[in-house]
Write a protein that binds this ligand. Structure first.
Ligand SMILES: [Zn+2]
Ligand SMILES: [Zn+2]
Length: 270
């Protein structure tokens, strides 16, 4: 995959720092079995991850269009935006403060008694892996995965795999793409391919067809030349066989020539 290797080494992986939706509200998260504590901007988590959106701001509408009070466009990056927890409508924070200061107590859109977004919330995420979540937070704020990582450390690769699997729970495809970019760079720059422990890890920790499994199959279809089939998960071998059937080269021998071999007369063998 020379094209891909070039793309990777020429900086495809390095994301430019992105402007982020932060907001002013923080969420304290208790992650994993040991309830490791993290703190992060609620709006940032919700703008990137479906997992957090569903848990922290389920009714909230996407921030777009004009504020229903001042009719000026809302910018989720620059403006402080609040929302009604009943109807999910967004407003400029300052506009809503002014509206409530004028002895109003209800949402201007749905007329329910105003309950705005909490300035602080807490969430238990027992099913998330704390190491993966730490990587996720690092990526959310810094747009990078490998800060202070020894790229030669084999554990780093397993941490990336684990984080990709956690990405399914987090519901953040961009995070998973960043991990895959890191894995691709690792393999392409070293010309090393995933071994059996790696494949076993992925197949044991995923329950069905997924991007990570497809990625491993493609590594074997296009890159790997040898295979210790006795050490590979049976499902991986099936997936690989299917992929090879699909991807076999177009210039393969004609089937008539291949089959003619079976019925060729011995007399012709001179
Ligand atoms: Zn406004
Ligand atoms: Zn409302």
């Amino acid at each position: 995959m020379p094209g891909l290797a070039n793309a990777v080494t020429s900086g495809w992986v390095q994301n430019k720092p992105k402007l982020k939706v932060l907001g002013r509200a923080f969420t304290q998260l208790h992650v994993g079995a040991k309830e490791t504590v993290f703190s992060a901007h609620a709006d940032l988590l919700c703008s990137r991850s479906n997992f957090f959106k569903e848990r922290l701001q389920p009714s909230r509408k996407t921030v777009e269009g004009d504020c229903a009070i001042c009719l000026v466009k809302m910018d989720p990056i620059k403006d402080d935006i609040t929302y009604c927890t009943s109807c999910g409508q967004n407003f400029h924070g300052k506009c809503m403060t002014q509206w409530l200061g004028n002895n109003n107590t209800t949402c201007t859109t749905c007329r329910a008694v105003w309950v705005g977004k909490p300035s602080h919330s807490q969430l238990k995420c027992a099913d998330l892996d704390a190491d993966s979540f730490e990587l996720y937070i690092q990526w959310l704020y810094n747009d990078q995965l490998s800060i202070c990582q020894d790229e030669h450390d084999a554990n780093w690769i397993f941490q990336l795999l684990q984080a990709h699997i956690a990405g399914d729970t987090l519901g953040d495809i961009e995070f998973q793409k960043a991990i895959l970019a890191e894995l691709i760079e690792h393999h392409m720059t070293r010309r090393s391919y995933p071994g059996e422990t790696y494949v076993q890890h992925v197949y044991e920790n995923t329950s069905g067809p997924c991007t990570l499994r497809r990625f491993l199959v493609d590594m074997y279809v296009y890159g790997v030349r040898e295979l210790s089939e006795d050490k590979m998960p049976v499902q991986f071998l099936l997936d690989l066989s299917k992929a090879l059937l699909k991807y076999r080269p177009a210039d393969r021998p004609d089937i008539n020539i291949a089959l003619a071999d079976y019925i060729k007369s011995d007399d012709n063998d001179t």
